[in-house]
Design a protein around this ligand. Structure first.
Ligand SMILES: Nc1ncnc2c1ncn2[C@@H]1O[C@H](COP(=O)(O)OP(=O)(O)OP(=O)(O)O)[C@@H](O)[C@H]1O
Ligand SMILES: [Mg+2]
Length: 772
């Protein structure tokens, strides 16, 4: 559920009063502000996105700005579509001529129009991370690099980092100071040349080339600056250097013939969670230096969450060094306590979440669509899916292995991409022998070597092969290539005629024999593949039937379709609250900007969250803590934090201590439904024990409790503790008692063990703990 673009929708707004009525004074100032660059900085849920959307409406309704003069940048395509829809609700169809999109979609649009200026053709392909890796692999192989020493994935990350910093291959080469950097620069140089020969751009190029275009060709920059008089950016804390520069170029500088465009950015440095993509809070922190006449507005009231949730979030984030402290408050009341749960293992954790969802929904408090389950990494979704399926609980997983990443779908799209852009070598080589048609690796290598030697594209080299000009090629391969080229030419005629993309796709699946081969297969997986391909045809059919926005240039459906599928991101498949009544499962990264009445945030274990990688690295740990802050602040009314004592990762059960972030939440905000049983406190097993996996061998790791009913434990006196007592525990070390509950058999103490977290322990039995 995302209630982010909640403009008043009926009746159409025409008075400023209506647009400003339900804003607080600071928000109102941000909406009304005119002239100088504007930065709105504020913590989570304080209405930043609301201000941005409302500002657009205000510009149109009250400042006579034409929709065509507005460019707004959101973090996902879905957010962009929603924002646009809301504004269209208010001002009618003319809102359609605004550009509201992600950075990437915006750049595709610019590049389609102006690629020729950079010497490229406008039918370029967009390489996603998988294509990028394939091309890097090919390049590294051609350069004879040892794949063990230089993994394609790593090289690709380095190249991406360079591009995010707008460093071109020449500069990278000149700046390289060690062996790795030199290798990276070498691969980058060839990789970039190959991209160009393939008439393709990777994701990072979309931004970098657009910057290059604007910086190298003042008349092009001038065109966009004249057009876009208002630039608005949401989630500014997650922009990288390239995106920052792009915004600067679009806005233009003071002192020129044209005054700079009005810039409005909103963000929260505490929510910067994309450093691994080069995002830097520098952009937000130094906004006032970048734009000396800037105005900054702070928002302090949070309208999303209850105070308990906010206090917990504030407590966690306040542990980060070098941050500007913010006062964020809510008048929604204290609300429920945060529920904590310590599970035996990940199955137990999932069972707890599922039962609790059942209980909340049965009780009529919320419906499924108001509930989200978060985890740190995608692979954690599986156990939830298993149990949700078993219980018949409707859900949707956002992200993970996506439809467009499936092999058969990628193959089909590679055909379409090759048809749209014959120079697209990665796509062409992918489908050259799929389905098998007798063009083996050796033949491919001969063609590739010839292409490289003659400095022609792989597609041109294939044509040369048909005319027997490629050496070392045997006649059978040559015939196979001739057959392939002829088939592609025939399909290419459909593209020239601008047939519907769905018809072209159908023709591809039939003429290549791809579908027939899968249908004839005995493997049940192949039948699923046929279904996926049929689904792709349906997507294409729907796309063809989409109504064109008013005033939009009619574009042939093939390139437009390919562009659409290239830019689909995880977050674009977030269910709509109104139409899909499902529980949403996703990573915390994907949940950025969203809000849900009930949030289950799971896997709060050191090594899981914070991620293993971050444990020894203060900068990464700070980023994980920001992620914790983002996770907590998605919750409106109820927040559950859970962890598992043992979790299987890569087939191995491993015991994880509590996430250190749990220990940073004031204990009085937490209601522990189940605590970690102390090793010899078997009562926990009888009182709460509900391990979905007991007897799975995990007990041998010494984490399970002794079987209930063993002699002796009931007779042991309960340890006497009071709030404030200091204790030392065999496992957790030093701690301080923060609460004591129950008596006799039910006596428990909640103890703050600092870095090891806050734990509620049974006091009966021989607790491995001493009062000091
Ligand atoms: N003045 C207001 N009155 C009532 N509700 C408001 C007000 N401002 C914001 N809200 C509501 O508060 C919630 C959070 O707003 P919004 O999503 O815009 O915050 P944000 O600062 O963008 O959050 P995040 O940092 O998570 O992106 C939304 O449901 C929004 O409708
Ligand atoms: Mg927001």
């Amino acid at each position: 559920m995302s209630a982010l673009f909640d403009l008043p929708s009926s009746p159409p707004v025409s008075r400023a009063g209506h647009l400003l009525d339900d804003l607080n004074p600071a928000q109102r100032r941000a909406v009304e502000h005119a002239g100088s660059p504007l930065l709105v900085v504020a913590g989570a849920g304080s209405g930043k996105t609301r201000v941005l959307t409302r500002r657009i409406a205000y510009l149109l309704a009250e400042r006579d700005v034409h929709p065509g003069q507005i460019m707004a940048i959101t973090f996902t395509n879905k957010a962009a579509a929603e924002m646009k829809e809301r504004v269209a609700d208010m001002v009618g169809a003319r809102a359609r001529s605004m550009w509201v999109s992600t950075f990437h979609s915006m750049c595709v649009r610019v590049m389609r129009r102006d690629a020729k200026t950079l010497g490229m053709s406008s039918n370029f392909s967009i390489y996603d991370s998988d294509d990028t890796r394939r091309l890097v692999t090919l390049v590294a192989r051609d350069l004879d690099l040892d794949p063990k020493k230089y993994a394609a994935r790593t090289l690709a990350v380095h190249i991406s980092n360079l591009k995010n910093e707008l460093i071109d291959p020449e500069t990278a080469t000149a700046q390289a100071t060690n062996d790795l950097e030199r290798r990276v620069a070498e691969v980058y140089t060839v990789y970039q040349r190959r991209l160009r020969e393939s008439n393709s751009l990777d994701f990072d190029d979309l931004i970098m080339k657009t910057v290059e275009l604007l910086q190298t060709f003042p008349d092009v920059a001038e065109h966009y600056r004249r057009r876009f008089r208002h630039v608005l950016v949401d989630e500014y804390q997650d922009t990288n250097h390239a995106q920052y520069t792009l915004v600067r170029e679009l806005v233009g500088k003071a002192g020129g013939e044209l005054p700079p465009a009005e810039l409005c950015v909103v963000g929260d440095a505490d929510q910067s969670i994309y450093a691994f993509r080069g995002a830097t809070i520098r952009n937000i922190v130094e906004f006032e230096r970048d734009y000396p006449d800037a105005t900054t507005i702070l928002l302090e009231q949070n309208y999303r969450s209850t105070q308990n949730i906010l206090t917990a979030a504030n407590a966690v984030i306040s542990r980060n060094p070098n941050r500007r402290d913010k006062t964020l408050w809510s008048d929604l009341g204290e609300g429920e306590k945060i529920v904590g749960y310590v599970a035996d293992n990940e199955h137990d954790e999932a069972a707890f979440v599922a039962n609790e969802i059942d209980r909340l929904v049965d009780g009529g408090e919320v419906n499924n669509s108001e509930i989200a389950v978060f985890y740190r990494t995608n692979n954690q979704s599986r156990v939830f899916e298993e149990i949700f399926i078993r219980l018949g609980l409707p859900y949707r997983v956002v992200g993970g292995v996506r439809f467009y990443e499936r092999r058969e779908v990628r193959d089909a799209l590679a055909y379409l991409r090759t048809l749209a852009n014959p120079e697209d070598t990665v796509s062409l080589r992918r489908i050259l022998n799929v389905p098998k048609r007798g063009i083996g690796d050796r033949a491919e290598a001969c063609v590739s070597a010839y292409a490289e030697r003659e400095r022609i594209s792989f597609a041109s080299a294939l044509r040369e092969a048909v005319h027997d000009r490629v050496p070392m090629l045997n006649p059978r391969s040559r015939n196979a290539i001739a057959g392939f080229v002829e088939m592609m030419d025939q399909l290419g005629e459909m593209v020239e005629r601008e047939d519907d993309v769905a018809d072209i796709l159908e023709a591809v699946l039939e003429q290549t024999g791809y579908r027939t081969e899968l249908e004839a297969s005995e493997d049940p997986q192949d039948h699923t593949r046929v279904e996926n391909l049929n689904e792709l045809v349906t997507v294409a059919r729907e796309f063809t039937e989409l109504e064109l926005p008013e005033g939009a240039d009619p574009v042939p459906s093939l390139p437009a379709f390919l562009e659409r599928v290239s830019l689909v991101a995880d977050a674009d498949s977030i269910p709509d609250a109104e139409s899909d009544c499902v529980v949403t499962l996703m990573t915390i990264h994907t949940a950025k900007g969203l809000e849900y009445p009930v949030v289950f945030s799971t896997g709060w274990e050191d090594g899981v969250f914070p991620h293993m990688r971050a444990l020894g690295d203060p900068a990464e740990l700070a980023e994980e803590r920001r992620l914790a802050y983002v996770g907590i602040t998605r919750a409106q009314r109820r927040l559950y934090l859970s962890r598992a004592l043992v979790r299987s990762a890569w087939g191995q059960p491993s015991a994880n201590p509590a996430s250190r972030f749990l220990g940073e939440i004031p204990p009085d905000l937490l209601d522990w439904r189940r605590v970690e049983p102390s090793r010899s406190a078997p009562a926990a097993a009888t009182t709460w024990g509900r391990s979905a996996n007991s007897g799975s061998g995990i007990a041998s790791r010494g984490l399970s409790r002794p079987a209930p009913g063993k002699a002796g434990w009931k007779d042991a006196p309960a340890m006497k503790l009071e709030v404030g007592d200091r204790v030392t525990h065999d496992k957790y070390g030093l701690g301080r008692v923060v609460a004591v509950d129950g008596a006799g058999l039910r006596a428990t103490a909640t103890i703050d063990f600092g870095g090891s977290g806050t734990v509620r322990l049974m006091l009966i039995g021989s607790v491995p703990m001493t009062k000091i």
